[in-house]
Design a protein around this ligand. Structure first.
Ligand code: GLC
Length: 554
């Protein structure tokens, strides 16, 4: 009887508040491969899956445990693969199904896992379902999409209206992104079953999880009421029924496999975020929230701290977070938040130190590990990003000066992070022997993998060391997180604690040297330095520009 109570109490603790289950995906580091810009194996100007296979050792050597592969399904490629016309095949630019299967095997052979990026919110307008659906109101697929006689006043992410008139049947269809990306109707149970079948197809092939594109958008507001603030697109996300769909998806698919899921969830607060990742709710493992990337155009440490603390406190003991400062949709971190000239290496490492020691799964976006920077092309014609181009023509169409419009879009254009991976100073940065689909960043002659690896202060090796530390010190993965209030608005000080183990992280996010006042009761000269981004520490209390250190405290 006593034993029984004890057993129940332990069970309750495991399920309940403040218990953290240990799993492989919490301990991993994810490396994102935007394959079309990674490595071109056949000289057609597009990176491809064979190219990813050829560079798997590079990713493995870095220490990443999971690869997130951007969508490579059949697609007219209006939005770089996020407009899928066949979920069951591979687009020609990327390769073919055999190559993808080989990629999965080769990834596994190296002890890594592969996560597919899947788009459940919309298809391409060239998907057979949509072609059939738009042909007649009686189509069996009509209800897979969303049709109305009249549009409301909502914008889409990429266009002035979220509705497009379709001549054939004289109704409007709904699209949260480009006109060529009609949204699916998740209210339809057959559609949902189709999607679960498709997810199982990939899992049965051996993929280890999904990055779920635009997942916060699956459920729509009933009756599409007009918005008082049409420019604020939050009406697209986190609507009722979303969590019913996710719970069903988990029950029907995810719960049957040992996989990792991360949902892309824009416009999501910590309280809303908890609904996705609370382990007791059985929906997703983690999400990407965008309170940093969408709301902090330039670096603001105080704001960042508040966001971190709020998320940590809300998810604590219940769900897991993600840590990232760039991806294929957001300008590279050294350009946006660090310094991409004089302190490029130092700032790259400073941010990496933070990302890899904050609570949550760290993500590395290809090229971040060598401090690749954003880009500036001279003309709108050099850009490919559908979001940027649509906005450009929309604003120019309203009569605004093309030069001003261009300038306003350049800094945050998604193409900042989509230029080819810079492998060497050879032709096209060693990315392709053909003409790259998008121009190479001209700084490739000095910023490239070969060059970085030659340097004693290599950024890649610093990332390697950070990843090694995470493997060595469980406290970095599982430890409690606490910010140490510090008066200097450029210096971030925090600890992680697990049992008797404690680490201390200090990062100076400024271009200036800082002399630190004593921090709590900690004697830096007695603490063990685990890693730092300057060759040696001459004065423990002095932090040079973008200096970062991680200490182990006895
Ligand atoms: C996500 C993707 C982005 C894409 C959009 C529409 O935000 O990351 O690249 O354009 O969804 O699918």
């Amino acid at each position: 009887m006593v034993y029984c109570f004890f057993f129940l109490a332990v069970k309750r603790m495991q399920r309940g508040f403040l218990f953290v289950n240990r799993t492989w995906w919490k301990e991993t580091v994810v490396y994102q491969v935007y394959w079309r810009s990674f490595f071109d194996s056949d000289g057609d100007g597009y990176g491809d899956l064979e190219g990813v296979i050829q560079k798997l050792d590079y990713i493995q050597d870095l220490g990443a445990g999971v690869i997130w592969l951007n969508p490579c399904y059949e697609s007219p490629d209006v939005d770089n693969g996020y407009d899928i016309s066949d979920y069951y095949s591979v687009m020609e630019k990327a390769g073919d199904m055999n190559t993808l299967e080989r990629l999965i095997r080769e990834t596994h052979r190296r002890g890594m896992k592969l996560m597919m990026d899947v788009v459940l919110n919309h298809t391409s307008d060239q998907h057979p379902w949509f072609i059939d659906a738009r042909s007649s109101k009686q189509s069996k697929y009509r209800d897979y999409y969303i049709w109305r006689d009249k549009p409301n006043n909502w914008r889409s992410y990429f266009t002035p209206s979220a509705w497009e008139f379709d001549e054939a049947t004289e109704q409007y269809y709904f699209h949260s992104f480009a006109v060529q990306q009609p949204d699916l109707n998740w209210d339809n149970p057959e559609l949902r079953q189709e999607m679960y079948r498709m997810l199982r197809f990939w899992l049965d092939k051996g993929v280890d999880g999904f990055r779920l594109d635009a997942i916060a958008l699956l459920a729509k507001q009933e009756n599409f009421p007009d918005s008082d603030e049409p420019e604020n697109l939050s009406y697209l996300t986190n609507n009722p029924k979303l969590h019913d769909y996710l719970r069903e998806m988990n029950e029907e698919v995810f719960s049957k496999y040992d996989i990792f899921t991360v949902g892309e969830a824009g416009f999501t607060t910590p309280e809303q975020g908890l609904l996705y990742v609370d382990e007791r709710r059985r929906e997703l493992n983690t999400i990407f929230h965008f309170q940093v990337l969408d709301e902090m155009p330039t670096w603001d440490l105080r704001r960042f701290q508040t966001i971190q603390t709020n998320w940590y406190e809300t998810l604590k003991g219940r769900g897991w977070n993600s840590q990232f400062l760039n991806n294929h949709d957001h300008t590279r971190l050294v350009t946006r938040y660090g310094d991409d000239t004089r302190y490029r290496a130092e700032s790259a490492k400073a941010f990496a130190t933070m990302i890899h020691t904050l609570p949550g799964v760290p993500y590395i976006y290809q090229g971040e590990e060598i401090g690749m920077t954003g880009v500036r092309f001279d003309s709108i014609d050099d850009y490919h990003d559908v979001a940027m181009k649509n906005k450009y023509y929309e604003e120019v169409g309203k009569g605004h000066d093309p030069k001003d419009v261009f300038e306003s879009l350049v800094k945050l254009s998604r193409d900042n992070s989509r230029t080819p991976m810079q492998w060497s100073s050879a032709l096209n940065a060693g990315f392709s022997t053909g003409t790259p689909w998008i121009k190479v960043n001209p700084n490739y002659t000095s910023v490239n993998v070969e060059e970085d690896l030659k340097r004693p202060d290599s950024i890649y090796r610093y990332y390697q060391a950070l990843i090694r530390l995470r493997k060595q010190y469980g406290v970095i993965v599982y430890g409690d997180f606490a910010t140490i209030p510090y008066s200097d608005a450029d210096v971030y000080v925090y600890t992680r604690r697990l049992g008797t183990e404690r680490i201390l992280v200090i990062v100076n996010f400024s271009l200036y040297e800082k002399r630190l006042a004593p921090i709590a009761e900690i004697a830096l000269d007695k603490a063990q330095l685990l890693i730092g981004n300057y060759p040696e520490v001459a004065q423990p209390d002095t932090f040079r520009p973008f200096e970062a250190r991680v200490y182990h405290l006895a």
